[in-house]
Design a protein around this ligand. Structure first.
Ligand code: PEP
Ligand code: MG
Length: 296
């Protein structure tokens, strides 16, 4: 039942085959932390920041962004907070920022590509993040990364911004940098990225691997994140993390689906980021699997 599932949150962490499973949460906006179960998470595995772009029109200034990031850092205390830089474009168009009239927006200038093309907008977000980084355990990740050069271009912009802030006498630091693994090329060439961590975006990864628009309901039966091709890329990414060191988590919707959890653990993942509303059920699922029980 839902009540017994929630009681599990107060019990010690989930384990699977002797290894601790970290369960983090995804948030879309600061208020998502008000969910009663959020406090039991091991941290924040994905903070989407697009809400800052869509509200009230216009692009958010540095102070507005800093306040949002800082509020999340204060909530988390010593726990890790992974904030994703603007992922506009594709299914997340933003007036005044994304490109209008692209023939193929899902294959267009979106995510980190767009931010690198609009450095004056990106710089404001990076300044706010560099200031928030001194407040706790911040990790920053870039979305829709295809090549290692994009990660390095983002890192260079970020490092220059930290320098400039310090020259202005403002406390700032470069946080740990990671990438979303959601473009098949990034999953296949994972070893080329010098990232501190990886987070698998299975929503987009499945879309691009299966050639199915994630927002097209007519394709729902085909849009299966448990397709062996998707699982193969997830397993390879997890394996790379084990071999080379960077942590690997998965923050797509499949992590919040109990039917997908056995496959994700079998792929070698030991860190999942889920919606707060799914936290209890996912923890219960892992508990049952590790004690050899059936899935509830
Ligand atoms: C994903 O693609 O799986 C993901 C977590 O990001 P979004 O759904 O915001 O694209
Ligand atoms: Mg995505």
């Amino acid at each position: 039942s839902r009540a017994s599932a929630r009681a599990i949150l107060r019990r010690p962490t989930a384990f699977w085959r002797g290894e601790r499973i970290k369960l983090l949460i995804n948030i879309q906006r600061v208020e998502d932390l008000d969910h009663a179960d959020a406090q039991y998470a091991d941290g924040i595995g994905l903070m989407r920041t697009e809400f800052l772009l869509s509200e009230r029109g216009g692009l958010p200034d540095e102070e507005t962004q800093f306040r949002a990031y800082d509020a999340v850092m204060r909530w988390a205390g010593p726990r890790p907070v992974t904030i994703r830089t603007f992922d506009a474009g594709g299914d997340k168009p933003v007036a005044g920022f994304t490109i209008e009239g692209e023939a193929n927006p899902f294959l267009g200038l979106r995510g980190l590509r767009l931010c690198l093309a609009r450095p004056e907008i990106f710089a404001v977000q990076l300044r706010a993040l560099a200031r928030a980084a001194v407040r706790g355990n911040l990790k920053v990740m870039f979305p829709m990364v295809t090549s290692a050069d994009e990660l390095e271009a983002g890192r260079k912009l970020f490092a220059d911004i930290v320098q400039r802030l310090r020259a202005e006498g403002i406390a700032a630091m470069l946080p740990e940098l990671g990438i979303m693994v959601e473009v098949p090329a990034a999953a296949l060439a994972i070893a080329t990225f010098k990232a501190a961590f990886f987070s698998i975006g299975s929503n987009d990864l499945a879309q691009y691997v299966l050639a199915c628009d994630r927002s097209n309901g007519a394709l729902a039966p085909l849009m299966d994140p448990l397709h062996p091709a998707v699982l193969e890329l997830i397993a390879r990414t997890a394996e790379h993390g084990r071999r080379a060191g960077p942590s690997v988590s998965l923050c797509g919707d499949m992590a919040s689906d109990p039917r997908c959890v056995p496959a994700l653990l079998n792929c070698g993942l030991r860190e999942l980021s889920v919606n707060a509303a799914a936290l209890a059920q996912i923890k219960q699922t892992i508990d049952r699997l590790s004690s050899g029980g059936a899935l509830g």
